[in-house]
Ligand binder design. Sequence first.
Ligand SMILES: *Cc1c(COP(=O)(O)O)cnc(C)c1O
Length: 824
Amino acid sequence: MTYSIVRVTTLIGAHRYGNTDSDIAFLLTDSRSLCFPEETLFFALKSERNDGFRYIPELYRRGVRNFVVSAVPDDYATAYPDANFLKVESPLIALQRLAERHREEFDIPVVGITGSNGKTMVKEWLYQILSPDMMVVRSPRSYNSQIGVPLSVWLMTEKTQVGLFEAGISKPGEMLALRNIIQPTISVITNLGAAHQENFESQEAKCREKMTLFHDAGTAVYCSDEAVVNDTMNASDYNGERLAWSEKNPDAPFFIKSVEKKDTSTTVHYIYKGKEGVYTLPFIDEASVRNSVSCAVVALHLGLSPEVLDGRMRRLEPVAMRLEVKKGQRGCTLINDSYNSDVNSLDIALDFMNRRPDHKGRRRTLILSDIYQSGRPLDELYADVSAMACKRGVEKIIGIGPQIASQADVIEVPEKHFFPDCASFIRSAAFDGLHDEVILIKGARRFGFDNLTELLVEKVHETILEVNLNAVVKNLNYYRSFLHPDTKMVCMIKADAYGAGSVEIAKTLQEHRVDYLAVAVADEGVTLRKNGITQNIMIMNPEMTAFKTMFDYDLEPEVYSFRLLDALVTAARKEGITNFPVHIKLDTGMHRLGFDPEKDMDELIDRLHRQNAIIPRSVFSHFVGSDSDAFDEFSKRQFELFDKGSRRLQAAFQHKILRHIDNSAGIEHFPERQLDMCRLGLGLYGINPIDNSVINNVSTLRTTILQMRHVSAGETVGYSRKGKIERDSVIAAIPIGYADGLNRHLGNRHCYCLVNGKKADYVGNICMDVAMIDVTGIDCKEGDRVEIFGDGLPVTVLSDALDTIPYEVLTGISNRVKKVYFQD
Ligand SMILES: *Cc1c(COP(=O)(O)O)cnc(C)c1O
């Protein structure tokens, strides 16, 4: 669905400066999320830390032409000749109003979900329950704020059959704006917890604010066992259908007859509007069961049969919670939940700890920081915490922070310790005494719990890959220096960022605002999304089985064949998706994957025109030998083929299609072929096939000497007696083997590593986990550091010895090698 800029101007009541025709399909508030500049309307929002106005020049350079502002730049007519500036009092209110008007176009069920906890879980589960037979649009992740809600509502299209939107508030007055945008036909309140209580004079006041969402909604779903919610509801003049659920009141529209918990599942027997029903869900914690009830009421109300509901409930998947399990030192297991420290999430985490099989014979310990935002009397709060912990078998509590320490008396566990801060705990005997325990670490970030976890995790393998993130940035800037300011950049982080670890590398690149990240397969993209990467992501080898994943996580596939194209279109249609961006690959000589730019273009254009599920965002090809003069003639032919094919594609579409062909070596070797965008790979990671001295080493693989011994001439070292010793020698064993990615062919003196800066040959066959090196004459001792490759020994030395390319050595490093990142 698009809106002409003229219509947008009217809808938001703006004054328009500029008169270029434009159609708007995308709304943008964060310049980093830009994808389709030509059809994007940018709202220059102001926040405490940032002013969107500052990003206008950059966005204009990147192709955005439509801006909603509170002040028009003085030089708008000369600096932005073909742009439209829509001047309004408040861009935020304009954004909300536009979403509101958009919402009014739809006459479908829309579910608004509010409450202190569980909004995301209810939304995601309802999505899982409804989406098999309805086109559902839902808020991405937890877009539930004054900005997130309008952006979510904007995602509704002609195909949408149900909308699911979260509404989160922290202050009085906010819900009204959200209600006007969501205009829910069904409102759900999950629960009324303690969050943000400090901003409200009472629970009742907060409850009334939340229930603003219910006004005008035909149906309200809530728990009448929560007294405040029930009283507020009874006192209100709400005149829609009241779908209350209750465990106590058999007259409630949804009455829970019984809840049966087994080891890993819960069965709920209920009576809904006089009819008995039952469902089973694969979770047992209180919050999950509660939230499943909200989902059940909405689903039944929308017409799902009890049998279908049960089937879908059984297959519910957990909504990502940030609980990590790590192996700790001295026989401990660590469960790390540094997400937040409210009581409800504590209960979820305790339940999780309790269900793990590994506490047999080991004590359960809780390390807990002060709990904020509860708005409850402290003694009552911590007595609750204590009871909850006891119920889950916790025998020891370590409280960190002045508040929890002040409540030592009400905490009743066999063993307890209190410290004002993390540092004093780390210095204490209680810290040194932790052993053979399952430890739940739950605390607010500001207490420095990250540091605590780091100290408690087991340091297993002495072999690490050090990754220098500053060098990555320097290399990025080196390659950027060849490009025009408006040439876009794709950074290739496929194969776990060429072995350097894609998440950290992606975070760094996102900070430095590259335009695209490219990974090989969808799962790599999902990992990035789950780790907070919001940048555009391209999938270079999209699997036919992962299209849904790509849609769900906004991962844009490469399309290289008709078969792939058709399958993708079919899958996108099924999801009701339109204009999903894809990247068209042309084969200009690699003869690997891609459309033939001479033979396939008519057919390709025709097929793209006959559908609207996907839309070409870019078109590209790949050089076979951009790093070598020997292939210059061939590269020229490749470029000409690409130029012609890609121009034809562009000519068939009105929107801009980005063209790109240069890789790392191409950027340096043929900067004149940079077109709209370049794809940077190897160079980013510190390897330059043309001249390695111009960029910075990124990864260093190092280990330490485990043991040293004298071996006399005539003896042998290692398996099969391959390592004949010619002179009396000192041989050191190091904890790295072929299972770590140290290629076996480097053994038997085919290559060397560095010990205190001196070359030491690999002697004998490299073993699975250990290698032996010749340190005769080198000043060293057990525990000294050994460099396999890196700052002092280029990885190309290894790849040359192996008769391969550096890519293979870097990507061959195994996952068990721990990565350590540096940034100063
Ligand atoms: C891997 C890859 C690149 C990056 O190449 P480098 O030589 O590492 O710069 C560029 N384009 C495509 C299609 C690739 O697969």
